[in-house]
Design a protein around this ligand. Structure first.
Ligand SMILES: [Zn+2]
Length: 303
């Protein structure tokens, strides 16, 4: 048996090169620390319900980051008629990549729930905003091959108690608008993120979501090596993806609805409480969800 050093070297080189090749792409650029910093910045504004000064400051902050990223910005303004009165609200849409082609959407809400106590929504409203802002920074550096729109949705929270008419004001408005404009057939898929910063990350398989999109996310999580954080349990959750599903847009909701230690209960002890603060979140969880989302977008782009 003759040792052939050339081929041996080649095999070693391939062995070394292939994991590197598999690890390239926009999901690697996604920084959990940066997503955490963006989240902390909006949480520092304080409670951010529609109509508040902190809500306006959050909008200005989001717009400033998106302008830095060179996004084409759309502003979907509407009036939300709620049980406690009318509010001027606004979905912010940031467009990246080509103008032509099937559109991929990544969505999350930036409003926080009206509460009599100090509710800063670090996970609920903050984490989705931080993840989307870091996605914008990644897309600015690695322009996508298909159009990618980031949707910063307003008015997700119920003003009083969650009903069909007191919830998801922003997504209901935008979905109706897209339908009116005949845009629905141009939209390939929508990925929604909500409450994805919990240190104890446990993203549910949300059962209203489009089945093939759930499969794409599961495949992306296998690729990034993050399967253990995804789909260990299934549950049906009403969230901002529902209005888009209703008009015929394939949509998936990535949500960790066991917000508290040991993932012991649903929705978890910190949900909609004064306990929803930055110290319950981790940069690592934001990184896990961020890179799975970026990998899912890349896989959809290639479809
Ligand atoms: Zn909430």
């Amino acid at each position: 048996m003759l040792l052939r050093p050339g081929l041996g070297w080649m095999a070693l080189w391939l062995a070394a090169a292939s994991p590197l090749a598999a690890a390239s792409g926009p999901h690697v650029r996604f920084s959990g620390r940066a997503a955490y910093r963006y989240t902390a910045a909006v949480v520092a504004f304080g409670p951010r319900p529609p109509g508040s000064a902190a809500h306006r400051r959050t909008e200005a902050y989001i717009l400033a980051q998106l302008r830095r990223d060179g996004a084409r910005i759309g502003r979907d303004r509407y009036i939300a008629h709620t049980p406690i009165g009318a509010f001027h609200e606004e979905n912010i849409i940031a467009k990246f990549g080509p103008r032509q082609g099937q559109i991929l959407m990544l969505a999350g809400h930036y409003d926080t729930k009206f509460e009599p106590f100090r509710f800063v929504g670090a996970n609920d409203g903050g984490s989705s905003t931080g993840l989307l802002l870091e996605a914008g920074a990644v897309l600015a550096k690695d322009p996508p091959k298909a159009p990618v729109w980031l949707l910063f949705l307003d008015g997700e929270e119920a003003v009083k108690h969650w009903t069909a008419t007191d919830s998801v004001y922003g997504s209901r408005h935008l979905a109706a608008q897209l339908q009116k404009e005949g845009m629905v057939p141009r939209i390939h898929a929508l990925i929604l993120v909500d409450m994805i910063g919990d240190k104890d990350l446990d993203v549910a398989r949300e059962t209203n979501s489009t089945a093939w999109l759930n499969s794409f996310v599961a495949a992306a999580a296998r690729k990034t090596g993050d399967s253990r954080y995804f789909f260990q349990q299934s549950m049906g959750i009403e969230d901002d993806h529902i209005p888009f599903l209703k008009v015929g847009i394939p949509a998936v909701d990535l949500i960790d609805f066991t917000y508290g230690p040991n993932n012991a209960s649903t929705p978890g002890p910190y949900w909609h409480t004064a306990q929803d603060t930055m110290n319950k979140l981790s940069a690592h969880s934001l990184k896990v969800v961020g890179r799975v989302v970026m990998e899912t977008l890349r896989m959809l782009e290639a479809q």
